[in-house]
Design a protein. Structure first.
Length: 382
């Protein structure tokens, strides 16, 4: 290995990005097309190690803008899935309260998250990503340099370290003592394979059946697969009482929480054919930020910087925007990394605070005392 590069120059600096999520990949891509090299260290052993699952609607003002900066907008358009943006809100009796059919030219086009990530991976030189490198330790060296150590025994030195490693970032403690807190809501995810008998409640697109403290959210994909998120507002330890390894009893236990709801809504839970995946929703404090003066040579993008609940559908969009914005700032201030980080973070903190506030308000709209009417109002306003 070469000696550490103590450098404030982007071209000379060894740039390490931790995490090959949408944020880290977009950053590496923007650097690459502008002639700068970086290395992504990713914990997972390969691109296909984990199903990425789910749809993402990519917004013009952040996600799409980030993909344009990465020179990938046209390739992104090829991934757009037509007809997936239909939205329906119902009450516990499955009475339709809001129904918006799919649009021919959606302003928030939907793509498969796995396909979007794969597009970004394929847009990078093959040696950019080191798979199977789980960061376990970071030590500060002099002048913004860091030594990073991985579970597989590898250690590297870096002049610019970027934490793009998601909710439980190992890089975040270098800049901030903030920790994600449980929002009070847990999602349990399951699905119905294409062709299975699901329920008459869901036609195309997304179905949202909510009331205070609980909800059943489902999406039917163009291929017929239906993914279901059962949401409950309960203390985290309540979920310890369910043995998720026992599929039918755990489904019955969850369906029990929806006693009195229409049979076709409960069928989305009871007829599902895959194991439940439990996803407690955590968030960082909405105005999370750190001081640039004490954090030389390190910054964060995406969930590592501003983990928020998914109720405004902005987390992935912001991760793409952050990656692009940091890449562009480094290109603009190529002789002064600290200046680039300062410019990036000044914009980052204000935009992520605004979205975190909006997300927290939407969380309340979904499961607060005025649901489902508050959800109808939210979508009617779009
Ligand atoms: C249920 C749910 C639904 C959502 N729906 C939407 C939506 O509709 N729209 C939207 O915009 N957002 C949505 N989000 C939010 C979105 O998923 C995240 O905001 C987004 O994935 C963040 O991207 P990221 O690149 O910052 O982090 P991640 O996607 O989490 O990527 C981080 C990467 O870092 C790797 N990593 C982690 N730790 C280490 C380590 N120690 N060493 C090396 N690598 C490591 C991980 O393996 C991963 O590949 C949703 C989230 C949830 C939970």
């Amino acid at each position: 290995m070469n000696p550490p590069l103590v450098s404030s120059n982007v071209a000379a600096a060894r740039i390490a990005i931790i995490g090959a999520g949408l944020g880290g990949l977009t950053l590496a891509r923007v650097l690459h097309i502008n002639g700068f090299r970086s290395t992504i260290y990713e914990a997972e052993p390969s691109p296909d190690a984990r199903s990425q699952g789910g749809l993402l609607d990519i917004h013009e003002y952040n996600g799409q803008a980030g993909l344009k900066a990465a020179g990938l907008y046209d390739r992104f358009l090829d991934l757009v899935l037509p007809g997936e943006d239909a939205k329906r809100v119902v009450d516990r009796h499955a009475t339709i309260l809001f129904d918006q059919p799919a649009s021919a030219a959606p302003t928030r086009p939907e793509v498969d998250r796995g396909a979007l990530r794969r597009m970004l991976i394929d847009s990078l030189p093959a040696d950019t990503i080191r798979w199977g490198h789980k960061l376990t330790r970071v030590s500060r060296l002099q002048e913004g340099n860091h030594e990073i150590a991985f579970k597989n025994g590898v250690t590297e030195r870096t002049a610019l370290l970027i934490g793009a490693d998601g909710a439980w970032s190992r890089v975040r403690p270098l800049v901030s003592a903030a920790k994600p807190a449980y929002t009070g809501t847990t999602f349990m995810e399951t699905s119905h394979p294409s062709g299975s008998t699901v329920s008459t409640a869901i036609e195309t697109g997304t179905l949202m059946a909510v009331e205070p403290g609980k909800g059943i959210l489902a999406h039917r994909y163009a291929d017929g697969t239906v993914r279901v998120y059962v949401a409950l507002q309960k203390p985290e330890d309540w979920f310890d009482t369910i043995d998720f390894a026992k599929r039918s009893s755990s489904l019955a236990r969850l369906a029990h929480e929806f006693e009195g709801w229409a049979a076709e809504l409960r069928a989305l839970i009871l007829n599902s054919e895959t194991d439940l995946v439990i996803r407690p929703i955590h968030a960082l404090p909405p105005h999370h930020h750190w001081a640039r003066t004490e954090t030389e040579g390190v910054t964060l993008v995406g969930d590592a910087a501003h983990l928020m609940s998914p109720f405004a559908g902005e987390g992935a969009n912001l991760a793409i925007q952050d990656g692009a914005a940091l890449g562009l700032a480094l290109c603009e201030h190529r002789d002064n990394i600290e200046k680039a980080l300062e410019a990036y973070e000044n914009a980052l903190f204000s935009r992520s605070a605004a979205f975190a506030d909006r997300t927290a308000r939407n969380h309340e709209r979904f499961f607060g005392e005025h649901a489902p009417q508050s959800v109808v109002e939210l979508f009617a306003a779009h």
